[in-house]
Design a protein. Structure first.
Length: 300
């Protein structure tokens, strides 16, 4: 199998699994702006919206995958009450950034909410967001960029404030820091669409050390992190999409498209399996989509 076919199949199977099981990701109660557990349903809906918006943005998937992406995205938008939930949450909690960040992929794919647009423009002008980690500040900056709210964010300074932006010794990394580094790259490049957003020295640093990090976490069977590192590899100015790095990731995927988060046994009924491994399926969709697009010549 060619590398192009390999990355396409990983993404297509993961997306089909998300599509088939999307009902398990619905709110089970009447969600209000004051969410009892934002990480329970709300955040995962944001993640599937992100993945499917990128499938639609890149346009390199087949017709079935494009239909699956649109249907999953529309399902997630419906769960957000077509933007009303985000609007009410932002009105009530002016310092929160999650309504903006969750809105961004929907806006990218054409779902707009006039009231939320107005509130976000106001909160952006006030510039009163709560304190966040440096890579999270990049997430907010990129969400503003995607939604189309003018800002004067200093991208170079924001990037240098992160762990990755300082290009520390590559061995000075752990599981948590690796996730922060991947997200720095995601937001600076807008998930592979702006590879030149990475400072040249950071791009060289990643090109040199990503193979090592991917090898380490592949050996540990931390498939969620491996997938995120593969996204970064494909987002470099000179994209790295290496079959030998993708093959173990693809081999870990189940026949039905489930991508396990790690090497532990996958247990439970269909709903529990979905809840436990939804995020890694999202990562697989994004990784395969960005890699396929770059292999086919996408992004400058």
């Amino acid at each position: 199998m060619t590398t192009t076919a390999l990355v396409h199949d990983v993404a297509a199977r993961a997306l089909a699994w998300l599509h088939e099981n999307r009902g398990f990701g619905a709110f089970t109660d009447s969600a209000t702006a004051d969410l009892n557990d934002p990480d329970g349903v709300y955040k995962p809906l944001c993640e599937v919206a992100l993945a499917t918006s990128l499938v639609l943005r890149e346009g390199v998937a087949g017709s079935t995958q494009l239909r699956h992406a649109r249907e999953v995205l529309d399902f997630a938008w419906g769960q957000m009450r077509h933007g009303d939930l985000l609007y009410e949450r932002q009105l009530r909690h002016a310092l929160l950034t999650d309504p903006l960040e969750i809105y961004a992929p929907f806006a990218r794919a054409g779902h707009r909410h006039a009231g939320l647009d107005a509130v976000l423009a106001h909160t952006s002008a006030a510039d009163s967001m709560t304190e966040v980690l440096p890579n999270r500040r990049l997430a907010v900056a990129n969400a503003h960029r995607v939604v189309g709210i003018p800002r004067d964010d200093d991208w170079a300074a924001l990037t240098r404030a992160t762990w990755l932006g300082r290009t520390p010794p590559p061995w000075a990394i752990d599981w948590y820091t690796a996730y922060q580094a991947t997200h720095t790259a995601f937001h600076v490049t807008d998930w592979g669409a702006r590879p030149d957003g990475l400072p040249p020295d950071v791009a060289r640093y990643l090109a040199e050390w990503l193979p090592v990090w991917i090898d380490v976490w592949t050996e540990a069977r931390q498939w969620d992190l491996v997938g995120e590192l593969l996204i970064v590899s494909a987002s470099l100015p000179e994209p790295r999409v290496v079959a030998a790095e993708w093959e173990p990731f693809a081999a870990a995927q189940h026949e039905d498209g489930l991508m396990p988060r790690d090497g532990e046994p996958v247990v439970g009924d269909a709903r529990l399996r979905f809840l436990n491994h939804q995020h890694t399926a999202v990562v697989a969709v994004v990784a395969g989509t960005v890699a396929l697009s770059r292999l086919l010549g996408g992004a400058p």
